[in-house]
Design a protein around this ligand. Structure first.
Ligand code: GTR
Length: 326
């Protein structure tokens, strides 16, 4: 008797579970960052908002810390629909999407507010359309601050200080070009490998924003941070285009709203974390170097822009549009 009831109950539970799998769409999401990082917290918030705003019809399970692979691999997985969602930096998306690569041109943005004004305008639409064409629909933009150089030996004040230095960059010809034009040796490498590479001297330096410099522990093995601020690259909450296009209009609105709210939350967390990360590494003994004159770094980037125009002659107006945006 007892056995029969247990069996019936177990069957009912299994049926209910099946029904919930069938009625809900359970998405899987990729993020590279550790617990507590602004993007990690804000992606969890996105998952929470998604469930609420879609009335539980869509849910998202986030995989943080890069556990589902490197960023270039995850971008491919979202394109292929093996994953539905990713929090991506546009740097590694650039090689796939020439229009989205404009944001990875060194010194293209004046500052972070300028970057957001550009993304909110016509240029943002062109960039998003280029991404959608390659299978990745951006839903909202996250802040990733400005990236600066760091290394273990000395402060960097002029391009001559980069000469001969092995510098890790993200996978993108614009970044290898950037280091080469400064006289250094570019070394493209996955984010997860950079700590060991710095520690063992495989590279002499790298470049990133304050929160990543701090959260990865790179500051422990590369104690000079020089404020070059050569790259200001946005990040996205991105979705597989097929997944997005299959949504009803009502669900599209709900998903977009959840992403926008998550992005506003992320930007607020970002501002606080930038200050906190800087304070933490300074307290740990990092030498922060203000570069008095950044003009020589900017001037050295002319060939990087030329190579970009040569490969994408049709994208010159997009660059000019960004430069003309107040
Ligand atoms: C971080 C960014 C990551 C990743 C990383 C890197 O600032 O948030 O998505 O691009 O930099 O340097 O690989």
């Amino acid at each position: 008797m007892f056995n029969r009831i247990t069996k019936t109950l177990a069957g009912a539970v299994a049926l209910a579970a099946l029904a919930s799998v069938a009625s809900a769409d359970n998405w899987r999401g990729w993020n590279i960052h550790v617990d507590g990082y602004p993007n990690t917290v804000a992606m969890d918030k996105f998952a929470e908002l998604l469930a609420v705003k879609t009335g539980g019809e869509y849910t998202l399970q986030m995989f943080h810390g890069g556990t589902l692979g490197s960023q270039p691999d995850a971008i491919e997985q979202v394109r292929a629909g093996a994953l539905e969602i990713g929090n991506f930096n546009l740097g590694p998306i650039g090689p796939l999407v020439p229009a989205a690569n404009v944001v990875s041109l060194p010194f293209i943005f004046k500052d972070v507010p300028h970057m957001f004004r550009v993304l909110d305008g016509e240029a943002g639409k062109i960039i998003a359309a280029g991404m959608a064409e390659k299978g990745i629909q951006p839903l909202a933009w996250y802040d990733a601050g400005a990236r600066s150089f760091y290394n273990g030996e000395k402060p960097i004040n002029t391009p001559a200080d980069v000469e001969g230095m092995k510098v890790r960059v993200m996978n993108n010809e614009l970044f290898t070009g950037m280091i080469a034009e400064l006289g250094g040796n570019p070394s493209p490498m996955a984010f997860a490998e950079v700590y060991q590479a710095l520690k063992t001297g495989v590279v002499d330096g790298a470049e990133n924003n304050w929160p990543s410099y701090e959260s990865t522990g790179h500051f422990e093995v590369a104690g000079f941070y020089s404020l070059s601020q050569h790259l200001i690259i946005p990040e996205c909450i991105c979705i597989n285009i097929g997944t997005f296009n299959a949504l009803s209009d009502e669900m599209k609105t709900a998903v977009l709203e959840a992403a926008q709210e998550s992005a506003l939350y992320q930007r607020d967390l970002w501002n606080k974390r930038e200050a906190a990360s800087r304070a933490a590494v300074e307290a740990a003994g990092v030498v922060v170097n203000e570069i008095a004159d950044k003009a020589p770094f900017q001037a050295a980037m002319a060939p990087v822009y030329e190579a970009y125009f040569e490969a994408n002659p049709d994208l010159r107006p997009l660059v000019e549009l960004i430069q003309a945006t107040e």
